[in-house]
Each structure stands twice: as structure tokens, then as C-alpha cells.
Design a binder for this molecule. Structure first.
Ligand SMILES: [Zn+2]
Length: 413
């Protein structure tokens, strides 16, 4: 018995020496070959190796005329030796500035900011991170291959969008057409599902903010379900006009929030958009105005975003608008029945109709009398499913959302 215990002790000491030797033998400077972010949607960054930790510093993008800046997107590839143990911190090179004030809470989401890892640049697995006192995000993992991609969220670029369009464009009741161009002359295309003369015109937009791909995945799910069910004539009273990637330049360049002219596509909707600085909004608003002119005003406009909370933000309304409250309660009930939505519908009341922030929904209601809301998908956690979101989870929300629209407008008096 004594000898067995002694043997175990010797073995343990041997293993400890071996693991200590291994730790000492790894030198990150020689194990890592290169950090590559020179591809579409790759995030501008600086990198260095300090005390065997890879330190990534992300660059912000800036809003025109204000001191606002934001840094929330990362997407890069680590190239190095397989089986390397990577210790990594991700930091913002400059603190964010939001509404003219320094923001402090961007990395401090209570369940932790996930970092998505992929070895094929297609399938993304979330890793949990911890936030260090200096507000850096920290994570540690072993490289299972010589190349590993890291991203803030499951990546959706113009390549994904182009393959979606190529896949669906010849399908019955679907057409794709250009409504304008981005500042860098990329085509802004509307995907049209359903019957153009239909009573229920629903307009959907995603990716006003480049770091927020959730809406793209939701829309893919909605489109796929539409195609699957459309043959039965179910959606003959519906037409969906979808602008899937409003801030396409920002997505290509791996930016966080603004367009390449420094405009926030979900702000300053109190006035008509500037055709040169903000052609994405200019084209989108003209498209909506054309629908109104044709006597087919949208019954609803939804703008998809990602944030740390996951609420639906309703337009600022008169508190006495009982019909509006009843409608939204019915919509909310359907959302909870058909999707994993479990967060809140945020009402905003006013006596003078003047919102504090001129987001798209407030602008479209105030200037065009259209019903509209901003749907923020929680980027870190889907409470209704109790998990970190995946692209598939968001597609399933899109599928459910199609039936929310269908039931809400089919059964409306
Ligand atoms: Zn947003």
C-alpha cells in the first residue's frame, strides 16, 4: 500500500515537472505567425504579444460632426502552430463616446460577452470570456488547427448575402431590384417577397449598424420559410420589401456603427436623409415614399439591430392612443407564441410627439405616419432559450416572425 502511494506521488511530481516544462517551452512569439484581418468584414486592429498573451486593440469608427465613436466589432484570423495555447485579450484602443459622453458599460454585460471561434470560417462556436478590471476581454483556448477565426458574432458578409440572392432570385413570387447605391457605390438591393399589389406591405431593414449581423440571419430564416410555404397561397395578401444590408460599406470594411461618411443610419430621421452623405437612408426613404404614392403605404416597418438587452422599441406615441396599445399587446403575444422572444416591448409616451432620439421608427411615424419599431436582438444571450445565440437560433426567430406577421395582419379587423 505504502509503495503504491509512493508511486502515485512520484508520478504526480513527474507530471507536474512535465507540465511546467511544457508551459515554459511555449513561447507565443514563435508559435503565432501572423494575425490576418485583410479580408471582407475583417476588423481594423493593432496587435502585439506581451508576456505570452496576444493583445488585440480594436480601432473605433467615428460619427461625423460629433465626438461619438464606437468599437464593438472584431473579426480576425490567428495563424500559427496547431495545439498552441492562446491567451488573448481584446481591448478598445479608445473608450467609446455615446451621445457626447464617454461610455463605460460596453463590455460589462452581466452574462459575459461571447467570442465566436471558427476553424472553417462558416460554423461558429461561442467561447465564454471574462472581463478584466481594465475592461479588456480575456479568453484562453487551444488552437485545433493552424488557422482559427475569431469574431464578435456569427459572421454575415456580402458573400452570404450574394449567395442568398443567387439562391432565391428565380423563385416564384420573389424579385430583387436595386434602389440606390452606398457612398462607395455598392448596390442597395431590395428583396421582394409576395404579391406587389397586396394589402399588407411590410418593409424590413437590417444591418444599419455593421457590427450587428443578427437581423441578417433572422431575415434568411424568414425568407426560407416564405419559400417553403408560399406554394399554398398562404401569403397572397402580403408583400415583404427587404433591405437586408443597409450599411454595406461598413460591413465590408469591418466597421462598428457608422457609414463611411460618418453617418449613423438609425439617427437624424427627423428630416429627409442627405443624398450624398447618407444615400443608404435616402434610397430607403424614397422607396417607402413610392409605396405611399402608389397607394400601398407599409402597414409596418421593422429595423433589426443587436444590443445587450433584446427589447423591441416602439415609436413615441400619445398615451391616450388606446388602439395602439391594444394592437401592440396583440403583436407582443404573437411574438411570445411564435418565437423565442421573451424580453420587453418598450413604450415611449409623449404629449408633444417629439422623441428624444430620432431613430428610424420615430422619423417614419412623425413624418409619414407609418407604424414602425426597432427590434434589438440580444447579442449575448437568448433568454427564451437560455443560451448564447447562434446563427440558427436567429434564423428560427425569422421563421416564427413570418407567422407573427401573418396572424397579426390576417386576423386584424
Ligand atoms: Zn444598432
Amino acid at each position: 500500500m505504502y509503495r503504491v502511494q509512493n508511486l502515485k506521488k512520484t508520478l504526480l511530481i513527474f507530471l507536474l515537472i512535465l507540465s511546467g516544462y511544457n508551459l515554459k517551452s511555449q513561447n507565443l512569439s514563435t508559435e503565432i505567425e501572423f494575425i490576418d484581418y485583410y479580408f471582407e468584414n475583417g476588423s481594423p486592429l493593432k496587435w502585439k504579444i506581451v508576456n505570452d498573451t496576444l493583445v488585440i486593440s480594436l480601432l473605433p469608427d467615428y460619427q461625423r460632426e460629433t465626438l461619438n465613436r464606437q468599437t464593438d466589432h472584431w473579426y480576425f484570423k490567428i495563424m500559427g502552430k496547431r495545439d498552441t495555447r492562446i491567451k488573448l485579450t481584446i481591448e478598445k484602443m479608445l473608450p467609446d463616446v455615446y451621445n457626447g459622453r464617454p461610455a463605460t458599460d460596453w463590455w460589462n454585460y452581466k452574462t459575459g460577452i461571447p467570442c465566436y471561434v471558427s476553424y472553417d470560417n462558416k460554423i461558429w462556436q461561442p467561447l465564454k470570456t471574462t472581463t478584466l478590471p481594465g475592461k479588456e476581454i480575456f479568453l484562453e483556448f487551444t488552437m485545433e488547427s493552424e488557422e482559427v477565426y475569431l469574431a464578435r458574432l456569427p459572421v454575415y458578409t456580402t458573400s452570404h448575402l450574394n449567395s442568398l440572392i443567387n439562391r432565391i432570385k428565380d423563385t416564384k413570387d420573389i424579385s430583387v431590384f436595386q434602389i440606390g447605391k452606398t457612398p462607395e457605390k455598392r448596390p442597395l438591393e431590395i428583396i421582394w417577397l409576395g404579391n406587389p399589389g397586396a394589402k399588407n406591405q411590410i418593409v424590413l431593414r437590417a444591418r444599419a449598424h455593421p457590427w450587428e449581423p443578427g437581423g441578417n440571419w433572422v431575415l434568411e430564416g424568414l425568407i426560407d420559410e416564405f419559400i417553403r410555404e408560399n406554394g399554398k397561397g398562404k401569403f397572397k395578401n402580403f408583400c415583404f420589401s427587404i433591405l437586408p444590408m443597409a450599411n454595406m460599406d461598413g460591413v465590408v470594411r469591418g466597421m462598428t456603427r457608422f457609414n463611411v461618411s460618418g453617418m449613423d443610419l438609425n439617427r437624424t430621421w427627423d428630416k429627409a436623409p442627405d443624398s450624398l452623405l447618407c444615400p443608404e437612408n435616402f434610397a430607403f426613404e424614397n422607396y417607402i415614399k413610392d409605396l405611399i404614392k402608389k397607394g400601398k403605404p407599409p402597414v409596418l416597418v421593422v429595423d433589426f439591430h443587436n444590443d445587450d438587452k433584446g427589447d423591441i422599441h416602439l415609436t413615441k406615441r400619445d398615451k391616450k392612443d388606446v388602439q395602439f396599445i391594444q394592437n401592440m399587446q396583440r403583436f407582443e403575444k404573437l411574438m411570445r407564441e411564435h418565437t423565442s422572444f421573451s424580453e420587453s416591448f418598450r413604450y415611449a409616451w409623449s404629449d408633444d410627439g417629439q422623441p428624444d432620439v430620432w431613430t428610424i421608427n420615430n422619423g417614419l411615424y412623425s413624418r409619414c405616419k407609418l407604424e414602425s419599431f426597432v427590434y434589438e436582438l440580444n447579442a449575448n444571450w437568448i433568454t427564451g432559450l437560455g443560451k448564447i445565440p447562434s446563427a440558427t437560433d436567429w434564423k428560427v426567430i425569422g421563421k416564427g416572425l413570418l407567422y407573427v406577421f401573418y396572424e397579426y395582419y390576417s386576423l386584424q379587423k
